[in-house]
Design a protein around this ligand. Structure first.
Ligand code: ATP
Length: 193
């Protein structure tokens, strides 16, 4: 079963996440796309993220009514820092997926640090990486061996980020249309940021 994993912090999940997931789901003919919220992202170890449960809950309500999208709590259950290689290995073992059926979706900002991740070559041995380009992307920032190993998806580019949404929320500005209405309501109700 052609499967795409989409890892992230999702604090909060926004329409950028949803739109790139939906676009690659169609263009790559995936049979399922699994969002995997990190327990603790290695890149955000010192940050004050919302709790894993809150981030998971927001994903759940953002993805409601989309039968193609799933959420896995594998990184949250594993606890500690969430390394993608450990997650990919678990998916390979549990779902018995060969490389041709396993994909990992990321934005181009994330690709910039990919070579510093734990076991990047092993990740590339086990799955195919699909990259959604974000505004401001400069390929010269990225090692050639990484560029040669990934595929760039043709996706509408626009800049919306969780950081910007959290900042706007703190400043009392609207986040309308940046997150779904249900996610907006959840952030409001829990006073998350
Ligand atoms: P933050 O601003 O907190 O770093 P983020 O908006 O980048 O958050 P993450 O949860 O860290 O969101 O992102 C999960 C994945 O989605 C990453 O690979 C990231 O590059 C990608 N992504 C997020 N927003 C976009 C976007 N607007 N276009 C393309 N990719 C995106």
């Amino acid at each position: 079963m052609k499967t795409c994993i989409f890892g992230g912090t999702f604090d909060p999940p926004h329409i950028g996440h949803l739109l790139i997931a939906q676009t690659v789901f169609e263009s790559e003919n995936f049979e399922r796309l699994i969002f995997v919220p990190a327990n603790i992202s290695p890149a955000k170890k010192n940050g004050d993220s919302s709790s894993p449960n809150e981030r998971s809950k927001m994903l759940e309500i953002a993805l409601i009514n989309n039968p193609n999208f799933e959420i896995s709590d594998l990184e949250i259950k594993r606890e500690g820092i969430s390394y993608t290689i450990d997650t990919i290995r678990e998916f390979v073992d549990d779902l018995k997926l060969d490389k041709e059926d396993l994909f990992f979706l990321m934005g181009s900002d994330t690709l910039k640090s990919f070579h510093t991740w734990k076991d990047p070559e092993e990740i590339l041995n086990l799955c195919n990486i699909i990259v959604a380009i974000r505004p401001g992307f400069t390929p010269s920032d990225i090692p050639q061996w990484v560029l040669d190993s990934v595929r760039f998806a043709n996706i509408p580019r626009f800049e919306v980020s969780s950081t910007n949404i959290r900042r706007r929320w703190r400043e009392g500005k609207t986040i309308r249309y940046m997150v779904t209405k249900e996610v907006w309501e959840y952030i409001d109700e829990k006073d998350l940021y």
